[in-house]
Design a protein around this ligand. Structure first.
Ligand SMILES: NC(=O)c1ccc[n+]([C@@H]2O[C@H](COP(=O)([O-])OP(=O)(O)OC[C@H]3O[C@@H](n4cnc5c(N)ncnc54)[C@H](OP(=O)(O)O)[C@@H]3O)[C@@H](O)[C@H]2O)c1
Length: 328
């Protein structure tokens, strides 16, 4: 007898095992921390969330807004940012939500954004570097950087550094960098920043950038120790968002099918980042990596390599011209 795909998918054994697996995964993915019962209020505090117009970032921003913070949505599209702004205002009943435009793949845009923030804002208590993209096709930006590296890592590196004095003046303050468990499959090769020696198979480039997120966070935490500002990185889990939009239609369809059963919603995916940004449990904790269930966990050995993190920092300092900015 010949079997077709529909026979397999409709077979009771397949249906039952899938359902069971789904229930097990759902039960497992519930972290012990629930933002809805966390009483922390953020009235009088200011937060910036990059990539806040959709996916995980939008739900992080919504939570901070509900806690009464002044929230700045740092988005690259005015239209998409405005739609999110209106939705967040409505759902949170907080009118102190603002849209500022930034493209994290372009350092000129990051500098412009940071300049505006430094001029306009009196304080910055929470910075969430969430903006990111996976599967971007090979491209070198007009500033000579590989586009995924620029978007996911260099932009966040420069932005954080340019806002650091303001953040320090607002201490106690927190910086949270949204990384991924995929960092474990990443490697460090400084030629990647300019687009050399990269393979664009599946999410290879993305994985490297997520490794840099953690190295950056750890070195940042070391440098700001004692200032009252903490920096941690986090894995949000596997989350149903628009993150697959740059992959082929076939890949998107396969992932969407799996995601339907097993991935978290964007709201659930935001939880571990919100935990790092607001929970009293995280008071004073810095230079750590949190898993999607809000537990402290070990990043890969490469991600924890302090000498490599220092080297990476210094490389980015030259790449972004940050050392010259500081000297001026
Ligand atoms: N989804 C997952 O399973 C998963 C797993 C691990 C880690 N993460 C991380 O979670 C973070 C959020 O991803 P997501 O899943 O919520 O994806 P998403 O739905 O695609 O949202 C990504 C956000 O980043 C913004 N963005 C992308 N490139 C940008 C740029 N050059 N300048 C400014 N903003 C930019 C997007 O803006 P536009 O809408 O204008 O493009 C969007 O707001 C990312 O750092 C991602 O690596 C996600």
């Amino acid at each position: 007898m010949e079997w077709s795909w529909t026979d397999v998918l409709c077979h009771p054994v397949w249906v039952v095992t899938t359902l069971l697996l789904y229930l097990v995964v759902r039960k497992q993915r519930r972290g012990y921390w629930d933002p809805h019962v966390c009483p922390v209020r953020l009235t009088g505090k200011t937060a910036i969330v990059t990539g806040a117009n959709t996916g995980i970032g939008k739900y992080i921003a919504l939570d901070l807004a509900r806690r009464g913070a002044r929230v700045i949505l740092a988005c690259r599209s005015k239209e998409r940012g405005q739609a999110a702004l209106e939705e967040i205002k409505k759902k949170s009943d907080n009118n102190n939500i603002h849209l500022r435009i930034v493209d994290t793949s372009l350092m000129t845009s990051v500098r412009e954004f940071a300049k505006k923030i430094n001029e306009e804002e009196k304080r910055l208590d929470i910075l969430i570097n969430n903006a990111g993209a996976s599967g971007l096709p090979k491209r070198i930006t007009s500033e000579g950087l590989e586009v995924s590296f620029a978007t996911n890592h260099v932009g966040a590196y420069l932005l954080t550094n340019l806002l650091l004095d303001l953040i320090k003046r607002s201490a106690p303050a927190r910086i949270v960098n949204v990384s991924s468990v995929n960092h474990k499959r990443g490697v460090v090769d400084f030629s990647h920043y300019r687009g050399d020696n990269l393979s664009y198979v599946l999410d290879d480039v993305y994985n490297h950038t997520k490794l840099h997120n953690i190295l950056f966070t750890n070195e940042l935490a070391r440098r700001i120790q004692g200032t009252g500002v903490t920096a941690n990185s986090v894995h949000p889990g596997f989350v149903k968002t628009e993150v697959m939009r740059y992959y082929s239609l076939l890949t998107q369809m396969i992932v969407s099918f799996v995601a339907f059963f097993f991935f978290k919603s964007s709201e659930e995916g935001a939880v571990s980042t919100i935990y790092c940004a607001v929970s009293e449990d995280v008071d004073g904790i810095t230079g750590k990596y949190f898993d999607s269930d809000c537990s402290l966990t070990l990043a890969s050995a490469t991600a924890r390599d302090a000498a490599l993190a220092k080297k990476d920092w210094e490389f980015c300092e030259k790449l972004t011209g940050l050392s010259e900015t500081k000297e001026k």
